[in-house]
Design a protein around this ligand. Structure first.
Ligand code: DND
Ligand code: ATP
Ligand code: GLN
Length: 633
């Protein structure tokens, strides 16, 4: 469904060298994965026999039983949609290989031997096995059927569901086979492991899995042998991990004594999109060897998003500690960006319009911190509060309090007389509350700020955020323009948290003002207030919730997702919060405005990129201002 496939890692209970028992436990896990409609499930290394059989691997009895159990497992996959990936020792030529079998719908479709054999400290695999690093283009007869055998195989389950297999130490090597296999086309790597548990090794293993998934722009699924392996000299922990392009998607509890299976729904379409846009991925060609593609029957996509990562606020980390760390880092990036520009231009002042809204508050906090970084007094900040026709007491008071508490230089200019005069000049009836009525105010404010900057040898600090830039929700050549725009890559859903992080560190009086700014409805305050003096023009009533717009922006820009997929993801993420009709309407607004308002983005001021998404026409987002959006309508 929309490129999602459910991946699973199973750690079964085993008895060392008891093939029949092991098969029964593996089948139990497999059936569970089938019920959950996993596309594929991986088992640990040598799962059919157990990893710790030692010299029993030389016993013909064990090898024969292992091979027939492997064929038996394959038969059990008949009529099921789920691919099974499990391990057994395979006699081939004059040696034994530690192999992974890939079975689908009744047959073993391919056998992949382990390339890197650990033979140090507690490991002595070379005593029993041969390396499969150079095995390519071979066929093996299993149950009288020829099966492709080699470390050159990758598997294609159709519609982007492409994967490959490696075994334990392969991942720990200098050049894991999965790197080449990913370049050949595999979007998921399954690893059959048997990792001994030593203090702190699990964290290292988790890092390897995350890193390799990030490096390969792939999913990485690892299942490691469990606590029922022999404990003669070492203990195995049954670690299972699923990573998705650098993110840990699922992990089990180690040392579990029962059968356990973990799942993650991974978006293979998104992995494919990342490989197209992060173009250095393809600079790794030419491949170091020729790979064989094994065509599988088409795999079934995830039935739903039960195990998917689909947060409603993709820009905002979910945990409080992560969020705080992210906000502090972003704030540092913003301050460093502004400090460099101020230092370089020897600007004497930083001129900012303070409305008492979220964006100008954050810009002011950044400017104040920048003064500290540069060893300059906060009074170098020339703050202007400029009440207009829609300014309310709440925002005005917050603006004034904020400036006083931060010790910046504050001036107040009532823009109404100048705007009324301007209406006369352009022949506009002030009773007509149209676009001109709104934009005259925004442009009047910008004119004041720009002219003060000239007069004081300073620079106008811009306040507009990423969500406004995406929607073109600003007045062209009004608040759209500045000399350096510190919030330009920060989405609205994150701005609140950035201010909150400062509030947490601030004196109580300042914290109280910041929290009231956070609680004020978002508004340009360009239309007159309501009769009771409260804000009338609420942005989110007009264009839809920013939470939705930021969600759409994330999926549209980062993964190039089509509108139907964005709608599907949003309906899942916002179930119970926003009705489908509102999601639909807001998505239509987003797409229309995103296309129509590119002309504003094509001439935005410089400003720092703080996250993976930016709409700078110089850096990140180059799009014609006259593109047709008929296909996205
Ligand atoms: N593709 C294109 N290439 C070049 N020019 C293009 C164009 N499409 C429209 N235009 C022209 O651009 C002009 C329209 O743009 P513009 O003058 O900006 O006006 P417009 O976008 O219509 O109005 C500004 C909107 O932003 C809102 N606003 C303003 C200020 C602050 C905030 C806030 O909350 O932060 C919100 C305000 O409520 C209003 O809805 C028209 O003259 C139009 O002809
Ligand atoms: N009354 C005002 N006094 C001074 N500057 C203002 C005033 N109203 C708007 N501005 C300037 O115009 C910018 C854009 O206005 P807008 O209302 O969109 O931003 P905001 O109030 O800071 O934040 P938000 O859009 O989140 O409410 C402000 O950030 C500010 O720099
Ligand atoms: N089975 C293996 O290949 C184990 C080796 C690996 N380095 C580990 O300890 O987890």
């Amino acid at each position: 469904m929309f490129g999602f496939y459910r991946l699973a890692a199973a750690v079964p209970v085993i008895r060392v060298a008891d093939v029949e028992f092991n098969l029964s436990q593996m089948l139990e896990c497999y059936r569970e994965a089938c019920v959950k409609q996993a596309a594929a499930v991986v088992f640990p290394e040598l799962s059919v026999t157990g990893y710790s059989c030692g010299d029993l691997f030389f016993q013909e009895r064990l090898l024969e039983r292992a091979e027939s159990a492997a064929a038996g497992f394959a038969k059990a996959t008949a009529g099921q949609g789920t691919v099974a990936i499990f391990g057994f020792p395979l006699k081939f030529g004059e040696g034994i290989y530690n192999v992974a079998a890939v079975a689908q719908n009744g047959m073993i479709r391919g056998l992949v031997p382990k390339s890197l054999l650990p033979n140090y400290r507690e490991f002595y695999e070379k005593r029993h096995f041969r390396s499969g690093a150079k095995v390519a283009g071979e066929l093996v007869r299993i149950d009288r059927r020829p099966v492709p055998f080699g470390s050159d195989l990758w598997f294609d389950g159709g519609r982007g569901f492409r994967f490959a297999v490696e075994l334990c130490e392969d991942l720990w090597g200098v050049r894991p086979p999965s790197s080449g296999l990913a370049l050949a086309g595999a979007r998921a790597i399954f690893n059959l492991s048997a990792g001994t548990e030593l203090a702190s090794k699990a964290a290292y293993r988790r890092d390897l899995v995350k890193q390799q998934s990030a490096r390969c722009l792939a999913a990485y699924v690892l299942a490691s042998a469990g606590v029922h392996e022999s404990t003669s000299d070492v203990v195995f922990g049954g670690h299972a991990l699923i990573a998705d392009n650098g993110r840990l998607a699922a992990e089990n509890r180690r040392f579990d004594r029962g059968n356990s299976v973990i799942y993650a729904d991974v978006d293979f379409g998104r992995l494919g999109a990342a490989r197209c846009s992060e173009s250095s991925f393809n600079d790794n060609e030419p491949l170091d060897r020729v790979y064989r593609r094994v065509e599988l029957e088409e795999a079934a996509g995830s039935p739903d998003l039960e195990f998917a990562y689909n947060p409603p606020r993709p820009f905002v980390p979910e945990g409080a500690a992560d969020r705080r760390e992210r906000c502090l880092e972003i704030f540092d990036i913003q301050c460093a960006g502004l400090a460099k520009r101020i230092e370089h231009t020897h600007a004497k002042t930083m001129v900012i319009g303070i409305s008492g809204g979220l964006d100008s508050t954050l810009a002011l906090l950044v400017a104040a911190e920048c003064c500290k970084l540069l060893g300059r007094p906060a009074s170098d900040i020339a703050a202007f509060t400029m009440p207009g026709f829609g300014t309310t007491g709440r925002t005005y008071n917050n603006a004034v309090k904020l400036c006083k508490l931060l010790g910046v230089t504050l001036r107040e200019v009532d823009i109404r007389p100048a705007c009324l005069r301007h209406f006369e000049d352009i022949g506009h009836d002030p009773a007509v509350l149209d676009t001109a009525y709104e934009n005259v105010q925004a442009r009047e404010r910008t004119q004041i700020l720009m002219d003060v900057a000239n007069k004081s040898g300073g620079m106008v600090v811009g306040t507009g955020d990423l969500s406004e830039i995406a929607l073109g929700w600003s007045t062209y050549n009004g608040d759209h323009m500045s000399m350096y725009a510190v919030n330009c890559s920060i989405p609205k859903t994150l701005i609140r948290f950035l201010i909150e992080t400062t509030a947490e560190r601030a004196e109580p009086e300042l914290a109280a003002v910041l929290r009231d700014v956070i609680d004020t409805p978002v508004s340009p305050e360009l239309l007159p207030a309501a009769e009771d003096g409260t804000i009338n023009q609420k942005t989110e009533d007009l264009i839809g919730p920013y939470e939705l717009h930021d969600f759409f922006l994330y999926h549209f820009i980062k993964y190039g997702a089509e509108p139907e997929k964005i709608r599907f993801l949003a309906e899942a993420a916002f179930e119970g919060s926003y009705p489908a009709e509102l999601i639909d309407r807001t998505l239509a607004t987003f797409l229309r405005r995103f296309f129509q308002q590119q002309f504003k983005r094509n001439c935005i001021p410089d400003g720092p990129k703080v996250g993976t998404i930016s709409l700078s026409p110089r850096g990140d987002w180059r799009m014609p201002a006259d593109a047709s959006f008929a296909a996205w309508r």
